[in-house]
Design a protein around this ligand. Structure first.
Ligand code: PGA
Length: 245
């Protein structure tokens, strides 16, 4: 794994945006896996700015999002479809027909089928953007005795419900289930970039950066098996995790 330590979170977002911009400039029809979550959110304004400055063209790009809550309407401002439209897609020249965010309202079996068709119907993902959960989840792949390789339904971990309750009126309102890419789907991306910031990520970053273990109890550690992963963290988090002095 390559680790990039930036001065601060804003610089991390700029770095990650530049990775995506460079990718699209070299592969104009790039197929990109995207992420929601508070950390990834601030990458998107940099992509929009680059588009406005004519430094990148999203016309032929296609995207697939990692996950979505089950039971949530795509029109709901807390759905990941709504977030992606408003954070990114509505502000650039991407063809919305080429963006896929799983739908949490559809029949589950048929949505899993659609998700797989999107992932594997043409080429594999050129790039996958990831955040990381406080428990080390990637997508909504929560810690278990074993992990699931393919697209599946996941029960949200108590720690995830607590962490995501900041976006809802109360923890009771956080959906309990999600549809997510499995770890195998994520690992098939040619290149993976994970962005993390904040004190609540110190323990998982220690597990990711300060030893050589791979454990299903901290799903992100599977990334140690991938040949092109970049972890982007700010100096503050890198220091607290013991990665830099
Ligand atoms: P966060 O979420 O960026 O809002 O902390 C990341 C994740 O849960 O993957």
């Amino acid at each position: 794994m390559k680790v990039v330590v930036t001065k601060n979170y804003e610089e991390s977002c700029k770095f990650v945006a530049k990775e995506i911009i460079d990718l699209v400039n070299s592969i104009p029809d790039a197929k990109i896996g995207l992420a929601t979550g508070g950390t990834a959110q601030n990458v998107y304004p940099h992509l929009i700015k680059a588009y406005e400055d004519k430094k990148v063209d999203f016309k032929n790009v296609s995207t697939i999002n990692l996950d979505e809550y089950i039971g949530i309407d795509p029109e709901n401002p807390l759905s990941y479809r709504y977030c992606m439209d408003n954070w990114f897609f509505n502000h650039v020249n991407i063809d919305k027909a080429n963006t896929y965010v799983p739908c949490g309202l559809n029949d589950i079996e048929s949505e899993i089928k659609t998700f797989n068709e999107k992932l594997y119907g043409d080429k594999l993902l050129d790039f996958q953007l990831l955040g990381i959960g406080v428990n080390g989840h990637i997508g909504f792949n929560e810690p278990h005795d074993s992990l699931t390789a393919g697209v599946h339904i996941e029960n949200l971990d108590e720690s995830t419900i607590k962490a995501n309750s900041r976006f809802f009126d109360s923890p009771d309102d956080v959906p309990r289930k999600s549809i997510t890419m499995g770890v195998g789907d994520i690992m098939k991306a040619a290149k993976i970039v994970l962005i993390a910031t904040g004190d609540n990520k110190v323990e998982v970053m220690k597990a990711l950066l300060m030893n050589d273990y791979v454990t299903t109890k901290i799903p992100a550690t599977i990334l140690k098996l991938h040949r092109d992963v970049t972890i982007v963290i700010d100096e503050d988090l890198a220091k607290k995790a013991g990665y830099v002095k």
